[in-house]
Design a protein around this ligand. Structure first.
Ligand code: F0G
Length: 473
């Protein structure tokens, strides 16, 4: 049921129950901290961060009822009541036959791709998240991104900019007969601006998969945010409950991977689900090797309780209205400043187009990394590069610029207030005013995979010297 909304201000639908102090720092403190961290924001101590927008994963605030659930956690090794509560609330939204709990999303990915992928196999996705791609490639398979072509222009507003390229998927399945073990759709499309996928697109993808006899899985980390966008933007969906939209999304798929650290509203957890009995057996056998017994996976009973309660809260309309509005608020404020942001804002994050904001820095000097470092040094904001640092290193060892150099400001759930966001906007304005002075960076040390987590950087003085003047205002 829709309640009338007589006031413009959409308030946080909660009061604050316990608080965590933030440690104030100076610019000098931060310059020293980031240098010591090899200019990698992942290597900072989080105490040295003021507003942590590195990720929305596992960083949200739990509710009173989730904390109460933690007290109900039953730590029996097998068949705990906490497991059954978890199972019921997962299947209430995602009625798949087999639910396999894992300690987080990537564990579900690792198990699934170990079971179905391997050399010679191809896995299409609208856009793979970095751990998903890494887990596909680790088996020797190829990960192919097939985002709808109209979504690739970041400045053009798309209501469902995360959609899959249905024609491209059909062509991919035709050219790799028998080699595609599963098709994935990521909702929302995190690595493509956090943009949602429509029900219409999911139905079209389903039809193509059926035509080729290939199963469809959802990477459903942000399923509730995606369903809210469907509720708000897709014709004919406005009177539906979000939980019904979620069930319809699930009904179009044969299985899913999930990180409960996002729309599970929990600090840890995830699951793998499917209808196929044989696949479930091989996945459970792998689960036992690394995660644990099938009624707890990699989780404590108390974690299962927190997730079960989180799933009830995350589909509530008051929560989702506030959640999506708070992300839009930040995106609109940055847009008003003239900062190039992916429009409309994603569900969980605002993405700044650093390639366009810092055109004086060439892609292989990492404009996204340069912007992320500047936001930290200026105001203690930790963000995340989603661009050439994250995606530039190819499986054959070569390096090439990512399609886009974005910086993600991910908003933890129920954690920061509007005044925190106003501060973020002010810091962005300050960086924007002297953007032409920012140096590029080079990598001086990197691991063979997922380099963005541990690479070390150094400023490139030539980019600072070659810098163009800052824009007016
Ligand atoms: N799939 C998507 C779309 C994700 O965004 C993530 C995690 C995962 C899978 C893996 O889940 O972290 O529980 O193992 N995304 C986080 C982020 C880390 O910051 O976007 P996980």
């Amino acid at each position: 049921m829709m309640l009338p909304m007589p006031f413009r201000t959409i308030i946080e639908p909660f009061r604050i129950h316990s608080v965590e102090p933030l440690r104030m720092t100076t610019r000098a403190d931060r310059e020293q901290a980031i240098r010591a961290a090899g200019f990698n924001l992942f290597a900072l101590r989080s105490e040295d961060v003021l507003i942590d927008l590195l990720t929305d994963s596992g960083t949200g605030a739990m509710s009173r009822d989730q904390w109460a659930g933690i007290q109900h956690g039953d730590e029996s090794y097998a068949g705990s009541p906490s497991w059954f509560r978890f199972l019921d609330s997962v299947q209430e939204l995602f009625p798949f036959k087999h639910i396999i709990p894992t300690h987080q999303g990537r564990a579900a990915e690792k198990i699934l791709f170990t079971a179905v992928a391997g050399p010679g196999k191809v896995v299409p996705n609208n856009t793979h998240f970095d751990t998903t791609r890494a887990n596909v490639e680790f088996t020797g398979a190829e990960a192919v991104d097939l985002v709808a072509p109209e979504s690739s222009e970041p400045s053009v507003e798309q209501p469902f900019g995360g959609n899959m390229d249905v024609g491209g998927l059909d062509a991919c399945l035709r050219s790799h007969p028998g080699s595609v073990p599963v098709v994935f759709v990521t909702v929302t499309n995190n690595s493509h601006g956090g943009q949602p996928v429509s029900l219409a697109n999911l139905r079209d993808v389903r039809e193509v998969c059926d035509g080729h006899g290939v199963p469809l899985f959802l990477d459903a980390c942000r399923f509730a945010e995606n369903a809210w966008f469907i509720h708000e933007r897709e014709p004919g969906q406005q009177d539906r409950e979000v939980r019904d939209i979620v069930r319809e999304m699930a009904s179009l798929a044969d299985g899913m991977t999930m990180s409960a650290k996002k729309d599970g509203l929990a600090n840890i957890g995830g699951w793998l689900a499917m209808n196929d009995d044989e696949l479930a057996t091989s996945c459970r056998n792998l689960l036992i090797l690394t995660e644990g017994f099938p009624t707890y996976g990699g989780l404590a009973g108390r974690d299962l309780e927190a997730i079960a309660q989180g799933l009830e809260e995350v589909v509530q309309h008051d929560y989702l209205r506030y959640r999506i509005r708070s992300t839009g608020y930040l995106g609109e404020a940055l847009d008003r400043l003239g900062v190039p942001v992916v429009q409309p804002a994603g569900g969980h994050a605002v993405y700044i187009d650093a390639g366009r904001m810092l055109p004086h820095i060439p892609p292989l000097h990492y404009p996204g990394q340069a912007l992320a470092i500047a936001l930290y040094e200026t105001g203690g904001i930790r963000s995340c590069e989603v661009g050439t640092v994250m995606f530039g290193r190819q499986p054959d060892g070569s390096e090439r610029p990512a399609e886009r150099d974005l910086v993600r400001l991910a908003i933890p759930r129920r954690t920061y207030t509007q005044s925190h966001m106003d501060y973020v906007v002010e810091v962005c304005a300050e960086v924007w005013a002297r953007v032409g002075e920012l140096p590029g960076y080079s990598i001086i040390e990197e691991p063979p995979m997922l380099r963005h987590f541990t690479a070390r950087f150094e400023p490139v003085s030539s980019t600072r010297e070659a810098a163009t003047p800052a824009p007016e205002g």
